[in-house]
Design a protein around this ligand. Sequence first.
Ligand SMILES: *Cc1c(COP(=O)(O)O)cnc(C)c1O
Length: 388
Amino acid sequence: MTYLAKNYNRKKISFKYGKGSYLFSTDNKKYLDFVQGIAVNSLGHAHPKLVKTIRDQSKKLWHVSNAFQIPEGEKLARKLCKKTFADYVIFQNSGAEATEAAIKVARRYFYSIGKTNKNKILCVRNSFHGRTLAAIYASGSKKMTEGFGPKVSGFDHFVFGDHKSLKKKITKNTAAIMVETIMGEGGIKVIPDWCLVELRKLCNKKKILLILDEVQCGIARSGDFFAFEKSKVKPDIVPIAKGIGGGFPIGAVLMNKKVAAGMTPGTHGSTFGGNPLAMAVGNSVMDIVSNKRFLKNVKDISKYFLLKLNNLKNVYPNTIKNIRGKGLLIGIQLHTDQTIFIKKLMDNKLLTIRAAENVVRILPPLNVKKNEVNQALKIINKVCKELN
Ligand SMILES: *Cc1c(COP(=O)(O)O)cnc(C)c1O
């Protein structure tokens, strides 16, 4: 008997503890964890530096209201701005809150310059921006919104990759285009750099804002600190979450000076967002993942992993349709439903998670070791062979 509501389809497995890339189950089995809380534990389980940070900070101060100065938050905001396009940061607790805040910042900007009719956000159909009411209607997915009406208005949608429909959907009421730089839940679909460049040009031409949702693909997951970095594009607003807390719930919205001007005192707030305990952890994660050598390691191991997976695709073309992704946000797209494949990987002690379009999503910690990747490849190879 469980008193937890049945809104999740949980696997019948639970864990006692984790260490780095591994999880140890309550029935004493060792699993290679290539889910990591869905790109959340960027440094794996129980990273010594994060354990120390939490221990030290927990003895000093957990929570104070945002009515007061929070130096740990000042420090993290400064690091995020120095490292990226951003001039200002608002801290939240989750990805959905971060994307909602992004929407609020965009609308408030146009309000503050007297263009109150510009309030619609143009999004990709079947994208993922979180599970709050606004976020599910932003995502434009029938499945996620079913039964949760009345519809939250203010969102339009275009089909991923359909540039004609994108241009057609921009109206005089459009405030911003919001897209995931790499679609996570949607099946690990990468927006190519040239597309990001065109997207920025289009937004400039139409005088609208560009919001890049980096909740899943950001914070070094792609091999760069942000997945849009190599394109040299500067977005106006970027919501982040998952990886920045290394397992501790943190969300944030990053923005440039222009749009930040609308966020005057009292316009937005959060009770928990940016508390000293969360910020201390965020600072520790940031110090590690923004390091050049760390990022190069992510790139190197990703290159190796993707090459080997593509080799497997060539060996098992009837099972594997495509290898997708960037950095350590990787998708194995199968020809058919991925449920059995994921189950068999799990039986062989490798944890992965599904994404749309028959994709098996692979999210190792960013500090994964080469022998761990080799172990995963061996298991994937074995399962491919069995299903061939
Ligand atoms: C996970 C995710 C969210 C929502 O984050 P939560 O913390 O679950 O609210 C938003 N956008 C993207 C791209 C995500 O992957």
